[in-house]
Design a protein around this ligand. Structure first.
Ligand code: SF4
Length: 703
């Protein structure tokens, strides 16, 4: 139980980092968070990881933006920096809120009137609340007048969502993470929960301790591999080969759940024909896993009473990311491992509200609740609710918007709480694109790499300064409560968006996030039964929840799928190689990702004292044999170069790394991994291939 100290007040809220959605108790003294405890929430039951426990002081950083800033007349937008230059502020002058908002709105309106609605775009944030995401996409759709709105879901699980919507009619998880306690077999692929979803990893460890069998499939040998009964360290980029070999085995060895396939799926014959060439014996050399191991793991998964699949961005961030997930869906369908506790499909969502932001329509092809923008019935729900005619053409996605900015067809952007100048692939291109905009408005809490390219910077609210709903990876809607005041002249994100909407001609009146939530419930059937009062009372409710007397549904697809015919669609896949394979000039494979201590682009965690003290420097992980071959000691400097850019950083020996590969976290601006990455996209999810490109590794001089 949290320790209560005299002179402190306690505020029950959430962790602002990953999608696990741990509930927290913030202990506040003198209007600062001095300690964080885990609360007894359904996702964490008192547990927290190092980020949740020690990462909250970022909000009190002296680097917070506290006053509106506008670019000085004629001051050039330098985009060729590494970390944000110390003199970034010279490019800006302080302004009143009235002047800054007026300049921002008039700049965007000028482009809308002159070049049309599609010359504008907006990025919202997966770190904001559901209400902020909903109002932001509503602003772009009704104030700008197009569907050019997206956010970082495009960079993490867009391919998973594309495959899940296509196959099952729903883009969210089928079972909560905690269901691993009911599973007999846990199949974890392309995910490193110990680092990226640490409390989720503890549930997996507990399940293994109680007898569950864990299969870990990943090109890197991750920490959970120590707990696994089977470790499939397959060759990077060979996911489809491995998974199709498992599907082949299911069919050839008679492991198909015939009744499930007959009653609940379609296109089985297409799938059967599609996997006919993928015998484990044929695929063993492709994926580097013995055929007998592939067969053994497949039997284990198929025959168990309850098998659950969890995956991360190792699956999704490929040009064949959607194909990878199609295979996982087929595996669960062929064996009937769905619709019961301890079964199903769980893409581990990254940021704390990436699920909710997507649900709220912060994506260019879907309105709230995943109504396609071109679908007349779905669009009419929101045309009626919002009182305007909507654009029926899907908008551009994150990387497409950057290309359009470079080409001059997008001239203005409004970015709320995202940092594409660190998170996009091929950063040199992305930063140049942002710098080329005629009007860039950035709503932020820190002078990020994106903010310093803006024409107007609007100082906004950090997580513990706001109240709102957030939806975790389990589809559970939970309430965050304001614990501390905002610094200086910073304003609530929601208020800034409403102000912007009014200045763009919309008659918006929202006095509190609960009014926005109430409007969302009118348009979104999935959350209709989740009232604000209910969230305050119950702490969290899992959608779908169509009525207030409905308890919510942690496990879905029990007897039908939300597709027109109620059945899942099986989709065969073929081998599609990575867009850029290693060659003589660039012989290594670059894999990017995160660290336990640093979240995403590092804007928050690198300003958290404990987290920064533990991991203060950018490092690249390589197998010790590769370091020996390069003549570099662990802790020495190396240079990484791809066809798009170069960085230098420290090398760290990691025996879990495959040979001829290097792993680089993307949180460090001084050695920004995304200067190196390839912007090639998965054709369905439009997600960049962050998990594979060709790179050269060389020794570098000491720093
Ligand atoms: Fe926060 Fe995720 Fe850690 Fe929980 S597991 S404390 S939500 S970062």
């Amino acid at each position: 139980a949290p320790v209560i100290v005299a002179g402190e007040r306690q505020v029950r809220s959430l962790c602002p980092f990953c999608g696990v959605g741990c509930q927290t108790v913030f202990h506040v003294r003198d209007e600062r968070i001095v300690r964080v405890d885990g609360a007894d929430g359904p996702a964490n039951q008192g547990r927290l990881c190092v980020k949740g426990r020690f990462g909250m002081d970022y909000a009190a950083s002296p680097q917070r933006l506290t006053v509106p800033l506008v670019r000085r007349e004629g001051f050039p937008k330098r985009h060729d920096f590494g970390r944000v230059p110390d003199d970034w502020r010279d490019a800006f002058r302080e302004a009143s809120w009235e002047e800054a908002m007026s300049l921002a709105a008039s700049g965007l309106a000028r482009i809308r009137e002159r070049d049309g609605p599609r010359a504008l775009a907006g990025f919202g944030s997966a770190k904001g609340s559901n209400e902020e995401a909903y109002l932001f996409q509503k602003l772009v759709r009704t104030g700008f007048g197009s569907n050019n709105v997206d956010h970082c879901t495009r960079l993490c699980h867009a391919s998973s969502v594309a495959a899940l919507l296509e196959g099952l009619g729903s883009g969210a998880v089928s079972n909560p993470v905690s269901d691993v306690r009911h599973a007999e077999v846990i199949f974890l692929i392309g995910a490193n929960p110990t680092v990226n979803h640490p409390v989720a990893a503890t549930w997996i460890k507990n399940a293994v301790d109680r007898g569950a069998k864990l299969v870990v499939a990943d090109p890197r040998r991750t920490e959970l591999a120590r707990r696994a009964t089977h470790v499939l360290q397959f060759r990077a980029d060979s996911d489809v080969a491995l998974l199709n070999a498992m599907l082949y085995t299911v069919i050839e060895e008679g492991l198909v759940d015939e009744a499930f396939v007959r009653d609940r799926t379609t296109h089985f014959d297409d799938l059967k024909a599609g996997v006919a060439a993928f015998s484990p014996e044929a695929m063993a050399t492709v994926c580097g896993i013995d055929a007998c191991v592939i067969r053994e793991v497949t039997r284990l998964y198929a025959r168990s009473r309850a098998s659950m699949i969890l995956w991360g961005m190792g699956v999704s961030q490929h040009v064949h990311g959607t194909d990878n997930v199609r295979c996982l869906i087929a595996l669960a369908m062929l064996t009937g491992q769905i619709g019961r506790p301890g079964t199903g499909l769980h893409p581990l969502r990254g940021q704390n509200n990436v699920q909710g932001a997507s649900d709220a329509g912060l994506i260019p092809m879907m309105l709230p609740d995943y109504h396609r923008v071109g679908d007349a019935a779905g669009a009419s729900i929101f045309e009626t609710l919002w009182g305007v005619a909507l654009d029926r053409e899907p908008g551009l996605t994150v990387v497409e918007i950057m290309h359009a900015a470079m080409a001059g067809s997008i001239r203005g952007m409004y970015i709320m709480g995202e940092n594409p100048a660190m998170s996009d692939p091929d950063l040199s291109h992305a930063r140049e694109a942002l710098a080329s905009l005629e009007c860039l408005v950035v709503q932020e809490i820190f002078p990020t790499e994106t903010a310093v390219l803006a024409d107007v910077i609007l100082p906004a609210s950090a997580f513990p300064e706001k109240t709102g709903t957030f939806t975790n990876t389990d589809r559970r809607v939970q309430l965050a409560r304001q614990a501390v005041p905002m610094p200086g002249q910073a304003r609530q994100d929601l208020d800034i968006v409403v102000d912007m909407a009014r200045r763009l001609g919309l008659d918006w009146r929202y006095a509190h996030p609960r009014e926005v939530w109430a409007e969302m419930r009118l348009g979104m059937e999935s959350i209709r039964g989740i009232s604000w009062e209910r969230l305050e009372r119950e702490g969290g409710v899992t959608y779908p929840c169509p009525s207030e007397d409905d308890p919510g549904h942690p496990v879905v697809f029990i007897d039908r799928f939300p597709t027109p015919d109620g059945r899942a669609r099986l989709v065969p896949t073929q081998l599609v190689p990575a867009d850029e394979r290693p060659d003589d000039d660039y012989p290594f494979v670059l894999i990017t990702g995160r660290l336990l201590e640093h979240w995403h682009t590092g804007a928050m965690t690198r300003r958290a004292a404990v987290l920064d003290a533990i991991e203060p420097e950018a490092t690249a992980a390589l197998h010790p044999d590769e370091l020996a071959r390069l003549g570099v000691a662990s802790g020495g400097r190396i240079a990484l170069r791809t066809r798009r850019g170069a960085i230098e950083l420290y090398a760290r020996a990691d025996e879990g790394m495959p040979r001829a590969s290097v792993f680089v976290p993307f949180a460090f601006a001084e050695a920004a991994a995304n200067l190196l990455t390839n912007p090639a996209l998965d054709p369905d999810g439009k997600i960049p291939e962050f998990k594979f490109c060709a790179v050269r590794v060389e020794p570098a001089a000491p720093a």
